[in-house]
Design a protein around this ligand. Structure first.
Ligand SMILES: NC(=O)c1ccc[n+]([C@@H]2O[C@H](COP(=O)([O-])OP(=O)(O)OC[C@H]3O[C@@H](n4cnc5c(N)ncnc54)[C@H](OP(=O)(O)O)[C@@H]3O)[C@@H](O)[C@H]2O)c1
Length: 189
């Protein structure tokens, strides 16, 4: 049996559950210093960052964190000079974790949408959901594909996560935060 690996989702969404605008870009309305600080802390706590190919290319890995990049161009699970690359169609998550995290650990998941979808199916241990309540992004890229018909919170609840009380990350800017956690498992530290 594989050692325990915790998937930790990290996202900031608009009032209408979008992670990006209708062009696929992240607007200023979704950028917040307090959220960025929380995000960086969580990436630092993780053993590996699991992210989509576009996010990987857009955000240089200045801190040299260990990255696992999801892409259809990867041959199963392969190591490249800039990190591990994974094609989920060619290699299962159990094989990935057995090779990259044989002793288990914490995986930070900063998206984007298809990666959030993938990990919703695999099962998050925690989801850190920040919300820019003043920002509306009609036609934007939703957090999960299923947000087209259901709010993000309903999907997290259906996935077995429970919310801690809502708090403000930055009240003046209208950015709230809720930590969703799977009740059965206290997270790895
Ligand atoms: N607000 C937030 O918290 C947040 C979080 C994340 C992203 N964003 C924003 O959202 C926007 C959209 O990001 P994005 O979704 O376009 O980029 P992304 O997730 O970083 O990259 C998408 C790429 O990842 C690969 N991929 C993802 N899932 C895959 C799967 N299951 N199988 C195979 N390949 C897979 C594909 O690469 P190949 O084309 O190589 O196959 C796909 O084109 C960006 O503006 C970004 O800044 C916001």
């Amino acid at each position: 049996m594989n050692a325990r690996v915790d998937l930790i989702g990290l996202a900031i969404v608009s009032a209408d559950d979008a992670i990006a605008d209708a062009r696929g870009d992240m607007p200023d309305g979704l950028r917040n210093e307090a959220d960025w600080g929380h995000f960086q802390t969580e990436l630092d706590r993780a053993d590996i960052t699991l992210l989509g190919r576009i996010g990987h290319e857009r955000h240089p890995n200045t801190k040299q964190r260990r990255r696992l990049v999801v892409s259809s161009s990867a041959r199963a699970l392969e190591v490249r000079p800039d990190g591990w690359w994974w094609n989920p169609a060619e290699c299962g998550w159990d094989e990935v974790t057995a090779r990259l995290m044989p002793r288990g650990g914490r995986v930070a998941v900063p998206g984007g949408r298809r990666v959030f979808d993938l990990c919703l199916a695999l099962g998050y241990c925690e989801f850190h959901l920040s919300r820019a309540t003043h920002c509306h992004l009609p036609g934007g890229v939703k957090l999960f594909t299923a947000c087209a018909s259901k709010p993000a919170e309903a999907l997290l609840a259906e996935a077995g996560l429970q919310p801690r009380p809502l708090e403000w990350l930055d009240e003046a800017a209208g950015v709230s935060f809720s930590l969703w956690r799977r009740p059965a498992a206290s997270p790895l530290t």
